[in-house]
Write a protein that binds this ligand. Sequence first.
Ligand SMILES: NC(=O)c1ccc[n+]([C@@H]2O[C@H](COP(=O)([O-])OP(=O)(O)OC[C@H]3O[C@@H](n4cnc5c(N)ncnc54)[C@H](O)[C@@H]3O)[C@@H](O)[C@H]2O)c1
Length: 394
Amino acid sequence: MTVSEQPTRVAIIGCGSIGRTHAAVILEQPELLLTALVDPVTEARTELAAWVGDRAAPRQYPSVAAALAADVADLFVLATPSGLHIAGALEVLEAGKHVIIEKPLDVDLARAQEIEAAALAAEARGQLVTVISQHRFDPASLAVADAVADGGFGRLCSAIATVSWWRSQSYYDSGDWRGTWAMDGGGALMNQGVHTADLLLWFLGRPVTITGHAALLAHRDIEVEDTAAAVITFESGALAVLHATTSAYPGLSASVQLMGSGGSARIDNDRLAYFHAAGEDAPESRMGMNGEGDQSAEVLSRYPEEAAEVADPTVYPVGHARQYRDVIRALASGSRPGVRVSDAVNALACVRAVYLSSALGRTVLFEDVLAGVYAGTDVAAGIAGGVYAGKGQA
Ligand SMILES: NC(=O)c1ccc[n+]([C@@H]2O[C@H](COP(=O)([O-])OP(=O)(O)OC[C@H]3O[C@@H](n4cnc5c(N)ncnc54)[C@H](O)[C@@H]3O)[C@@H](O)[C@H]2O)c1
């Protein structure tokens, strides 16, 4: 990959809600040019084209194959329903183009590992392959990741990660793929929680065992879980609790709290709510400081905002903008992007492990999940019945 005088031509595949977010971010990057919109649904394409207006003149295509045949783009963004990510990405990679894949990587772990191999081969040919995990680029996440790497928290002992959100039935009804095993791949943990699972693994390393429960408790017409809770042990010995729900009315927050012998941190709704890193030299504090000693303002001053000023964060999330700057850097320098396919495979495997553990009623080994030991297990059976009888319950 070399720096070109011309902006990189970008195609968005999937012109729905996150497709518009990508369009908003791409339009703001001078190094990128939005040249194509791909969606089998004509209205989705034309609506997004109308929203883009005269800021760009993307051509419209009903399929990835048609856009590839027209040779209109060098970078393709997969913003389709989750279960279609890998099929589209493989098509793009085989055509020698760069690809950004929305999270989660896909719904199927075996296929995810297939694209892991394809991505390595594509990278060797100079193609860029990355998966959206925009919260890795939040200053709060960077500050915590750097402190973990520097030993600022001493021995990392435990973590609590939770996504406590509300999604109504009308949200699930807004797309026929939502809340299905085949296309969403899961519920609260797969769709909403995979970002947080990814952060947890980024901070704590490789899981060893996962003991999880998933249940459908407050929604009627979905197949998947709306609540999941798991205990995870890590190679370092650290213990973590991972929780995700779309049944926390009216919606609380997404947070990750890390606790170690030399420091602790808490990220709440993408912001650094508490940070203290004294490392191995932590002074004697017999009973602890109970949340005092917050150094978050000081540490954040080392991570100046990279994203452009934005008028409307609901259509222009800064996280996506930050990750696009990482992609642009990687394209310009030929270096690897900050998020690799292998990272997304691990996040997907962690979510699948919770479902498998729930379905099997026992602890599972992360390595066994990756190795496909449980392939063929019917995870829908792991969704315990709640107050309502959902589609996923026998
Ligand atoms: N990173 C994030 O924070 C974030 C946020 C929301 C959604 N997402 C992810 O983005 C993906 C899409 O979610 P959404 O909310 O935009 O869904 P959506 O239903 O609003 O949009 C999906 C679009 O894809 C189109 N589509 C379906 N099949 C296609 C195909 N074969 N080729 C091209 N387009 C096709 C549909 O017609 C629709 O317009 C999901 O995987 C979701 O998990 C990520």
